[in-house]
Write a protein that binds this ligand. Structure first.
Ligand SMILES: N[C@@H](CCC(=O)N[C@@H](CS)C(=O)NCC(=O)O)C(=O)O
Length: 124
C-alpha cells in the first residue's frame, strides 16, 4: 500500500493528493509534523543527511519525492483515461509548475513570518 506523507495545510501536499486522486490511486495518508516528525521519517527512509521535503510517497521499494514527481508517478500507475500531462502541453505544464514553486515559496515565507509574530505576541 502506498503511503503519502503529507502536511494537511500544504499546497504541495494538495497537489500530490489531487494527482493521486485524479488517477484513483489507492494510498493511505500520514500527517507529517514539521521538525518533530523528521527523525522518524529519516529513519524510515534511511536518509540521515540532506534535505527532506514533504510531500513524499512511500512505496514498498523506496519513495517518490516532490509533488511534481508524485503526480508523474500517479500518471504512470494510475487508471484515469484523462492524462495530466498531454505530450503537446508537457513543456508548458513543467513551466507552470516551476513558476508555482516560486509563488508557493513566497506564500510559505509570509506564513512563517506571521506564525513567528503570533508567537512573539503571546504573553509568557
Ligand atoms: N518542490 C517540493 C516542495 C515541497 C516543500 O517545500 N515542502 C515543505 C513543506 S510544505 C517542506 O518540506 N519543507 C521542509 C523544509 O523546508 O525543510 C514539492 O513540490 O514537493
Amino acid at each position: 500500500m502506498l503511503e503519502l506523507v503529507a502536511i494537511s495545510y500544504s499546497p504541495w501536499s494538495e497537489k500530490a493528493r489531487w494527482a493521486l486522486d485524479h488517477h484513483s490511486v489507492l494510498y493511505g495518508e500520514v500527517e507529517h509534523l514539521p521538525m518533530l516528525g523528521e527523525p522518524a521519517l529519516r529513519k524510515r527512509l534511511g536518509k540521515w543527511r540532506g534535505k527532506i521535503s514533504i510531500p513524499l510517497l512511500l512505496k514498498t521499494d523506496g519513495a517518490v519525492h516532490d509533488s511534481f514527481e508524485i503526480a508523474e508517478y500517479a500518471e504512470e500507475i494510475g487508471s484515469s483515461p484523462v492524462t495530466l500531462f498531454p505530450d503537446e502541453k508537457r513543456e508548458m505544464i513543467v513551466g507552470w509548475s516551476e513558476q508555482s514553486e516560486t509563488a508557493l515559496a513566497a506564500g510559505r515565507a509570509l506564513v512563517s513570518t506571521s506564525v513567528l509574530q503570533d508567537v512573539k505576541g503571546r504573553p509568557n
